[in-house]
Design a binder for this molecule. Sequence first.
Ligand code: ADP
Ligand code: ASP
Ligand code: MG
Length: 413
Amino acid sequence: MALIVQKYGGTSVGSPERIKNVAGRVAKFHAQGHQVVVVVSAMSGETNRLLALAKELSSAPDPRELDVVVSTGEQVTIGLLALALREMGVSAKSYTGGQVKILTDDAYTKARILNIDDAAIRSDLSEGKVVIVAGFQGVDADGNITTLGRGGSDTTGVALAAALKADECQIYTDVDGVYTTDPRIVPEARKLDTITFEEMLEMSSLGSKVLQIRSVEFAGKYKVKLRVLSSFEEESQGTLITVEENRNMEQPVISGIAFSRDEAKITIQGVPDRPGIACQILGPIADANIDVDIIIQNSGHDGMTDFSFTVTRGDLDKAVKVLDRVKSAIDAAVIETDKTLCKVSIIGVGMRSHPGVAAKMFRTLAEEGININMISTSEIKISVVIEEKYLELAVRVLHKAFCLGDSGGEDEE
Ligand code: ADP
Ligand code: ASP
Ligand code: MG
């Protein structure tokens, strides 16, 4: 008998029929004698609908109240799934994040989980009940409702699996595993049987939304056995996220390609080229809880320089407001913004031992006339910022150039 945490995403619970399908799957595991904790997302489209409603009433909604609104989507699905299971004769009980007591910090809309009280869940499991927990939400120390950021139900699932020391955390979604890239953009994308935590962390942080990055961080930290599977297929083994590097002769140099449309670039022109400037610019940005991604400072001329960095599009207005405040202190001339960009990244632990990967990526893009705006590299990834209109073309040609679609082996030149 195993303890399994299963998380079902929005599409998997997108209609009463689909909720019945999920209930059937859960009931099957339960009947096999397993203890099952189910985490569910809101029905597909619901979180977007709730966000749009809030925006209709307020152009910059108060984050605490926004979390009160958007957390309701998950409350509907936990209740519906519990009803569906009870109709099948399975004893099931639903919990909101607050009812479990998933304690988070108070960073509304992107809160972090600090602690999970597992007492009630354990007691229900020992009585043979299926426990259903609302994804994406928690409460802060003062009892305020918080949410964990888009895609946060993955993190609820993995955090619960860690707290309960579950045998496995299964993330059920609308694709049957992690692919070499988003199969909706490249139909030739290939399903990976395994992917290392390191690679999955990069894939998630660089925009592949199949797993929220924090869920991968949690799984790595607490050694949770994590698998991505389809809720619509019966037999697939999905993709296992592994600690081990599958190092052999066939190890591909590149394992996958991720992309993000959620990029905005800020350039501060005419900044004095002196020590402390980067800190004067980025310190207040960090204090405003804005994540900065790629940073470029060009070499100075006449004692002046240009300073560019990227943030998510949602944070752009907030970042510009912060910079307007510090602009005079740093003697900056002009602040420019650009929302027409995207980021495309190639990822692979095999890159460590293979020189020439960057050159091949840049050549492939150049052959298509795609101009590179910014570049950022690490040991196992290369990211480029390009115009958004070239996103799909860039992903497709890179996927082909690195031979990700067929046997997975790379064509060495
Ligand atoms: P859920 O609602 O189940 O959480 P998401 O929409 O958040 O599902 O994530 C699943 C989607 O992630 C897929 O439908 C797919 O379009 C997208 N995706 C992006 N990159 C990848 C990838 N490398 N492998 C698989 N799916 C990916
Ligand atoms: N419902 C939330 C979202 O759409 C959380 C999730 O689905 O993981 O982002
Ligand atoms: Mg998701």
